[in-house]
Design a protein around this ligand. Structure first.
Ligand code: IVH
Length: 684
C-alpha cells in the first residue's frame, strides 16, 4: 500500500472513528447492525494499524472504546473489575505470534492453556451473594454496564441459587448469553408470520430479547448461557488455575460449556481452533471463533492487560460467514430433473473461507419475499458445507427506482417453456431432451455421493458432450484414453486418471448406482433403503408402486416417481448400457455385526485416532448401544480420546463412571466388556 501523508492518516482516522462508533451503537445498543462482523473487524483492524503509526498517548484512546454507551433503559452498574474485551487473531501465524509474545513475557505460560469456543452472544456478568443471584449486568462500555437482573432471572439456564454444600459468600463471574440457532429461526418465523421485524442473527436476537423493558418478553424467548470466567470470590482467593475456576462454577450448578479443553502448548490449541472451525455447525448455537487462555492465574497476573484486552487470552476468529457485496444479475440454472433455480451473480467476495461469485436464490417466491433486485447490495452467507446463499438486500443502500426481477418464461438452455404448477414453489423445464438437464444428470452421476468419479466435474462433462463422446452416463464406460487425449486440457496423466476413475466406479455399491440415476424425489437415503430391501437393480426396475411403497421410509411420491422413471424407454436403455458395462447392479450384504453393546450407554469425548465422532457413534449404535452427548448416572462408560472435555471427565469421576481410552473402546466394541484396567482417573 502507498504511504499516506500525515493529513490523510488523520482524516481517515476521524472517518473510521465515526464509522466505528456508529456501528458499535447499532450492534450493542440497537441489536440491529448494518454491516457484518467481518466488515466491522476490518474497520477496527484498519484503525489499529493506522494508530500504530501514532505516538502511544494519541493511539490508546482510539483503540480503547470497548462495547458502547449503556442504554438509558436500564440502571447503570459500575463494574468492580473492568469487563475487558479480547484481542483477535485471524490465522495460525497471528496465533503463533501471540504465543511468542506471551512466552517472551512469561516463559512456560503456554504450557498450560485452556481452549474455549467463542460463543457469539452477549457478555453478561453475574454476582451471587449468599448463594443467590444478586445482580446481572451487561458489559456496556466495559466500565459501566446495564442492570439487567430482572430480565436475567427469567433465563432458565441461569440458576437463581447456587448448588452444593460449600457455596462461597460471594461469587462473581462472566459468561455469554446466547440464543440457540433453532430458537432464533422459530422466533424469526413467528415474527415474519406476524409481519414484525426479524433479527439478523442469533446474537442480535439474544441482545434484543435481553434488552426489554418488560422481563416477561425476555422470559418468552429461549435464551441460554455459558460461563467463561470466574472473576471473584470476594475475600476468598480464586483457585490457582482457570480450569479449576471452571470446574468450581460447574460444581456450583452454573452452566459451563462442555467443549472446553485443556491444551499443552500452542500447537494443540491451534488444533482445537482448526477442529472447531470445521465442526462449528455441529453444535446448536453460533460460535465465531475459539478463545485460547493461559490457565495459571499467576502467569495471567504477570502478563496483565492492555487498556482494552488481557494479554493472557486471544480470540482466534473463524472466517466470516456473512459479507455484503453487489448483486450483478440474476440468472436461472436448469437442474437434472428440469428444476429452474434462480441464482445470483455477485461481485466476488471472500466469505466462509472461500471466494463466492455465485449464490443460490432457491426459487421464485424466495426472490420475491427477500425482495432482492439486480444492482442491490446484498448480504451473502456461506456457512460450513452449505451452498452460498443471498440472505437479503441492504435496503438503505438501494438506488431509487431499481426494478424488480422477473422470472423468465423460457428455458435458457433449450428455449422450451418454463412451467410453475399452482401451489408449488418450483418452476420446471418440461422438455426431457433439454441439453442442460441431460448434462446435469451426467454431472450428478459422476458426483461424490453417487459414482464418485474423480476429475469429472461440470466443465469436463460439458466438454465430453460437446465433443459428441457421451450423451448419457452409460456412454462414459465406452470412453478410451485415445478419445480423451485430443481434448483441450487433457494430458496423458489426466486422461489415464479419468479412464481409471470411470473404471473404478463399476464397483460402486448398488445404492450409489441407484442414487446416481437421478430419479426425481429419490435421495441417497431412499436409495439405500431400496437397495437393501430389494437387492438388485432389476428387481427395483420391475417393482410396482405397492411393492416399493411397502419398503419402510419410502412414501407413495417416491414409489410413483421410481416406477415412472423406469417406464421411459431412454432410461431402460441407460440401464442396459450400465449392465453391459459391468456396473454393479446387485447389492452385496455387509457381514452383520454382533450386538455386543445392547442396553449400554457409551459417551465419547475428545478426538479418537481411527474414528471420527460420527463413526464412533455409528459403531456404538450398530452394536445396539446408545451414545448420548453427556455423562449421567446411566452412563456405562466414557471413552476419552485426545483432548477430552474436562467437564465430562469430572462428571464421570464424580459418578464413578469408568473411563477408557481408544484401545479400551476397541475392546469394548468387540467384546461388550470393559478392559481389565478400565480406570477412573482423568488421563493427562
Ligand atoms: S473471555 C477478559 N471466553 O467475546 C476476557 N469471552 O470479543 C473475558 N466471548 O467480551 C472474555 N466466548 O463476551 C471469553 N469463551 C469465551 C468467550 C468470550 C465469547 C465474548 C466475550 C468477550 C467477547 C470478546
Amino acid at each position: 500500500m502507498a504511504k499516506r501523508s500525515p493529513e490523510s492518516v488523520s482524516a481517515r482516522i476521524d472517518e473510521l472513528k465515526q464509522l466505528i462508533d456508529h456501528h458499535r451503537r447499532r450492534y450493542h445498543q440497537l441489536d440491529d447492525p448494518e454491516i457484518s462482523d467481518a466488515e466491522f473487524d476490518d474497520l477496527v483492524r484498519e484503525m489499529s494499524s493506522l494508530a500504530a503509526s501514532l505516538p502511544d498517548d494519541q493511539a490508546a484512546p482510539l483503540v480503547e472504546g470497548v462495547g458502547s454507551q449503556p442504554s438509558p433503559l436500564f440502571a447503570p452498574v459500575l463494574h468492580h473489575t473492568a469487563m475487558l474485551s479480547l484481542d483477535n487473531v485471524f490465522d495460525d501465524d497471528e496465533l503463533a505470534a501471540w504465543g511468542r509474545r506471551v512466552e517472551r513475557l512469561v516463559e512456560g505460560a503456554t504450557d498450560a492453556l485452556v481452549c474455549e469456543l467463542k460463543i457469539d452472544g452477549i457478555a453478561v456478568s453475574l454476582r451471587y451473594v449468599g448463594g443467590r443471584l444478586a445482580q446481572a449486568a451487561t458489559r456496556g462500555d466495559g466500565r459501566v454496564g446495564e442492570d439487567v437482573t430482572r430480565n436475567i432471572r427469567t433465563v432458565g439456564a441461569i440458576p437463581e441459587r447456587l448448588a452444593g454444600r460449600q457455596v462461597p459468600e460471594l461469587v462473581e463471574l462472566r459468561g455469554e448469553l446466547y440464543m440457540p440457532v433453532a430458537a432464533f429461526e422459530q422466533l424469526n418465523q413467528r415474527a415474519s408470520d406476524a409481519g414484525q421485524r426479524t433479527f439478523a442473527n442469533p446474537r442480535n436476537a439474544a441482545g434484543g430479547s435481553l434488552r426489554q423493558k418488560d422481563p416477561s418478553i425476555t422470559a418468552s424467548r429461549e435464551l441460554a448461557f455459558w460461563c467463561h470466567q470466574l472473576s471473584s470470590l470476594g475475600e476468598a482467593p480464586l483457585p490457582p488455575t482457570h480450569s479449576e475456576g471452571l470446574a468450581l462454577m460447574g460444581d456450583l450448578g452454573l452452566p459451563v460449556n462442555p467443549e472446553i479443553e485443556r491444551a499443552v502448548g500452542l500447537d494443540r490449541a491451534a488444533e482445537y481452533c482448526h477442529r472447531w472451525q470445521r465442526d462449528r455447525h455441529s453444535i446448536p448455537y453460533d460460535v465465531d471463533g475459539a478463545v485460547i487462555k493461559v490457565d495459571r492465574l499467576s502467569d495471567r497476573a504477570e502478563l496483565g492487560a492492555t487498556s482494552h484486552a488481557p494479554r493472557w487470552a486471544i480470540a482466534h476468529k473463524f472466517p466470516p460467514e456473512e459479507r455484503t457485496t453487489r448483486l450483478e444479475r440474476i440468472m436461472v440454472s436448469i437442474g437434472k430433473s428440469g428444476k429452474a433455480t434462480p441464482f445470483a451473480v455477485l461481485d466476488p467476495v471472500s466469505v466462509g473461507g472461500s471466494t463466492v461469485g455465485l449464490a443460490t436464490l432457491h426459487n421464485e417466491s424466495q426472490v420475491k419475499s427477500k425482495d432482492v433486485r439486480p444492482g442491490d447490495m446484498v448480504v451473502v452467507r456461506k456457512a460450513g458445507d452449505v451452498i452460498p446463499e443471498v440472505v437479503g438486500p441492504v435496503l438503505s443502500a438501494r438506488q431509487p427506482g431499481l426494478p424488480e426481477w422477473q422470472f423468465p418464461t423460457a428455458c435458457p438452455a433449450c428455449g422450451g417453456e418454463l412451467v410453475r404448477v399452482d401451489g408449488e414453489a418450483d418452476t420446471f423445464c418440461t422438455n426431457v431432451h433439454c441439453p442442460a438437464q441431460r448434462l446435469q444428470r451426467i454431472v450428478h452421476y459422476a458426483s461424490r455421493a453417487a459414482m464418485d468419479i474423480e476429475g469429472l466435474g461440470e466443465s469436463r462433462v460439458a466438454q465430453l458432450v460437446d465433443a459428441g463422446l457421451v450423451s448419457d452416463a452409460g456412454d462414459l464406460y465406452r470412453l478410451q484414453f485415445e478419445h480423451l487425449l485430443p481434448l483441450d486440457g487433457f494430458g496423458r496423466v489426466s486422461a489415464a486418471n479419468l479412464v481409471s476413475a470411470i473404471d473404478r466406479s463399476r464397483q460402486r455399491p448398488l445404492h450409489n448406482v441407484l442414487f446416481a440415476l437421478a430419479i426425481p424425489h429419490l435421495g441417497a437415503t431412499g436409495s439405500r433403503l431400496l437397495a437393501t430391501e430389494l437387492g438388485s437393480l432389476d428387481r427395483i426396475a420391475a417393482a410396482d408402486v405397492a411393492t416399493l411403497a411397502a419398503v419402510g421410509g419410502i412414501g407413495p411420491k417416491i414409489a410413483e416417481s421410481v416406477v415412472r422413471f423406469f417406464s421411459f424407454p431412454s432410461n431402460a436403455e441407460l440401464l442396459e448400457k450400465l449392465r453391459v458395462a459391468g456396473v454393479a447392479t446387485q447389492s452385496e450384504q455387509p457381514p452383520p455385526v454382533e450386538k455386543t453393546l445392547g442396553g449400554m450407554s457409551v459417551v465419547v469425548t475428545g478426538t479418537l485416532g481411527s474414528y471420527s465422532r460420527d463413526e464412533a457413534e455409528e459403531a456404538i449404535k450398530a452394536r445396539g448401544g446408545r451414545s448420548p452427548g453427556s455423562v449421567s448416572a446411566r452412563t456405562t462408560v466414557v471413552v476419552a480420546g485426545e483432548s477430552p472435555g474436562v467437564s465430562k471427565l469430572s462428571r464421570a469421576d464424580e459418578l464413578g463412571v469408568p473411563v477408557v481410552d481408544e484401545e479400551g473402546f476397541r475392546h469394548l466394541l468387540e467384546t461388550g466388556s470393559l478392559p481389565e484396567r478400565a480406570h477412573q482417573e482423568k488421563p493427562g
